[in-house]
Design a protein. Sequence first.
Length: 267
Amino acid sequence: MGDGLRLQKNYREALISYEKAIEYHPKDYWAWYKRGIILEELGRYEEAATSYENASTMQPNNYWSWYDRGCLCLEELKDYENAIFCLDRALDIYPNDYWAQYRKGEAYRFIEDYESAIACYDKAIEKRPQDYWAWYRRGDALRSWGKLEEALTDYQKALQSKPQDYWAWYQQGVILQQLQRYQEAIQCYQKSLEVEPEDGYAWYDRACCEAMLGNLEEAFNSLENAIEIDPEIYPELAQSNPDFDNLRSNPRFEKLSVTSDQFPKRL
């Protein structure tokens, strides 16, 4: 009965059904496990984690309760050490599982253990060499670790799977800008803007690169686009950013210090 109610998204009634099942059969793995799923759907994450833990006690070699508890700790509870523990148990059962390995990498990345994160992403990539996410997040880890050139390579690998992905193009632009390879950065920002033309960050960062190259007209055009998208953020950022020092004497720059009423935000 609980399964049918869960499929109908009648979660409260499904919870009652699973709890009645547990009353009659306290060691029923599937009742505890599915109770955890329902509690997670209801946003009762701590209770869900306990329910998954009870299920694992009943069947310690069942992958699903370890994996789902690991995902819950990672994504909702932000309990990264417990996430790693649970995902390790899941991998003991299914060593070749891509998603458990990938999410273990995510947990290590969030605690800033980038070396361990990359080792996990590498194992995930062995299972699915063309998967976007492991390459992209490996790039994030390398970037945070300060390995910028390697991160660039990983974002390029991610783009082989999703050529129109905004974030992989944008992150490449950010790294190239950090490396002062401004023309290449502009090309990446342009690619990201072809996907998301209303993104203020890419317009603003492109404006910085154009200004650093002395392309004043292009810098103003990009900066004006950013301000039109969000007039509350970018004028203030531009005023304090030394990248725009060669624009400040131009009357056009002074006109960019406007209120949101004068430069209404795009809807």
